[in-house]
Ligand binder design. Sequence first.
Ligand code: HEM
Length: 501
Amino acid sequence: MYTSALFGSTWAQFVLVFTTVILAAIVIVQRWSKTRTDNLPPGPWGLPFLGNVLSIGKNPHLTFMEMAKVYGDVFCVKMGSQRVTVLNGAEVIREALVKQARVFEGRPHLALTNMLTDGQGIVTADCCPKWKEQRRFTLQVLRNLGGGKSNLEAKMMEEIGYLLSAMKDKGSNSFNMDHFLEISVSNVICNVCFGRRFAYNEASFQLLVDSIYRFSEIGTTAAAVNFFPFLRHFPTPELKEVFQIDNAMRKFLHGMIHEHKQTYDPELKRDFIDAYLEEIKRREAECPDQQNFFNEKYLFHIINDLIFAGTETMSSTLRWALLYMIVFQDVQAKVQEELDTVCNGSVPSLKHRSKLPYTEATLMEIQRMANITALSYPHKTTESTELCGYNIPAGETIFVNLYSVHVDPKCWKDPEVFRPERFLDADGNVVTSQPGLMPFSAGRRGCPGESLARMELYLFFTSLFHTFKISSSPDNPSPSIDKHYGISLNPSPFNVCVSER
Ligand code: HEM
C-alpha cells in the first residue's frame, strides 16, 4: 500500500513536472518564434507584472549599458507590462534621432505626465501640428529674446553680479553653492518668461524655486505611476506631493499671466508671455473662425515647461562644473590663465568667447562627463520602422541612453578620464563637430533651449572662475565625483571655499 501510495505520488509529481516543462517549452518556443517572425529586438526575460523593473535598478543608464553588451545596442525591456526599446551608442542614437528624425519624434502617453499636463506644452506633448507650431514659435521667441543677444547677456550679467556678491559675503567660510545656483538660474529663466528677476528672499519666488527642486528630488519616484498606472488609485506620499507642487506652480504662473494681461502694451515686448499674448491676438484677428492653437491654457503649459526644463538642468550642470574644477585644480588654473590673457582685466563676455578655446573645451568636457540627462525624456515611434536590422513597431516607447554616447569607446579614448584637450585640434582650436557629444540630445526633439543654455553656462562659468579661485572645503578635501540618478544626474552635496583673485 505504501509502495503504491508512494508510486502514486511520484507518478503525480512526474506528471506535474513533465507538464510544467512542456508548457514552459511551449511558451519559450512561442516567444522565441514570435521574436523571430516579428524580428523585434532581443532582450532579457521579465517577471510577470513587474517586467525587468527590479533588474534595471537605481541606475538605469548603467544597467542598459551592461545589457547592451549581451543583447547589442538595440534591445527591449519590459517596464511593468509595457515593452520599451532601448537605444545605446552614438551611431544607433544618431541613426534614430537624426536620420530617422520624423519616425522617432513622438512622445509616449505616460500616466503621470498626462495627469499633470494633459498632453499640452512642449516637453511631454506627442508630435502633432499643435506641438510643432508651439515648438517653432518658442524657438523663434527664444532666439529673438537672445539676439539682440546683448539684451539677454546684460540680464544674465546682472544676475551673475548678485551671485558673485553673495559668494563674496561668505568670506573665508566654506559653504554649499546649491541654493545660490538654483536661485540664480531660476532668475534667468524667469527673466526670459516674465521680464523680471526676483529678490533672493521674495517669498513667492522662494516657493517657486523650492517647488522646482523638490519636484526633481521626488519626480522619479512618483513617476512609477507611468508604468504602473493602477498606482494612481493608491497614491504614494511622493505622488501626493507632486500634485501639491503642481498646484503651487499653477497659482504662481497663472498669477504672472494675469499680471501681464493687465499691463500688456503692444509697443513693449517685455518677455515670452508678451510675445505669446501678441500671437494669440494676431491669430484671433487673422483667422477668427479657426480653432486657435494659441491660447492661455497652452501658454501656461509652455512657461511651465521652460521653467522646469531650464532650471534644474542648468544648476545641475553648474554644480558639476564647480565640482570638476575643484577636483581638477590644474584645469581650473589653465582656464584662469586663458581668461586673464584674453580678457585682460575686463569682465568676460560673449565677445571674448571665440578667443577662449580651452575654456570652451572645458565646458564641453564637463557636459560630456556630467551626463545630467543620462536618459533623455522618452520618445515614441510615429510609424513602424527598421533599426539595425530589427523591426520597431509604430507607437513603441523608446529610451535613448545619452550616457552611452558620452562614454562610447568608438568616439572617445579613455572616456572615463576628464580631459578638456580632447575637444581641441592640433592648432588648439575647438573641434565643434563631435558625433559623440549630445548633452542636448538631437533631432526634432533636441533641446530648444540649447543656445540659451550654452550662453548661460559660458557666462556663469567664466565669471565665477575669473573672479574666484574655488577649492574644496577642508572638511571634505576630496569630494566624490560619483553620480546619483534622479530627474538629472547629480553629485553628492559638497562645500566650496572661495578666494577673490
Ligand atoms: C544645460 C542645460 C540643458 C540641458 C543639458 C538640456 C537637455 C535637454 C534634453 C536632453 C532634452 C530632451 C531631448 C529629447 O527628448 O531627445 C531637452 C528638452 C527640452 N529642453 Fe533642454 N536642456 C537644457 C536647458 C534648457 C533650457 C535653458 C531650456 C529653456 C529655455 C530648455 C528647454 C527644453 C524644452 C522645452 C525641451 C523639450 C523639447 C521637445 O520635447 O520638443 N532646456 N533638453
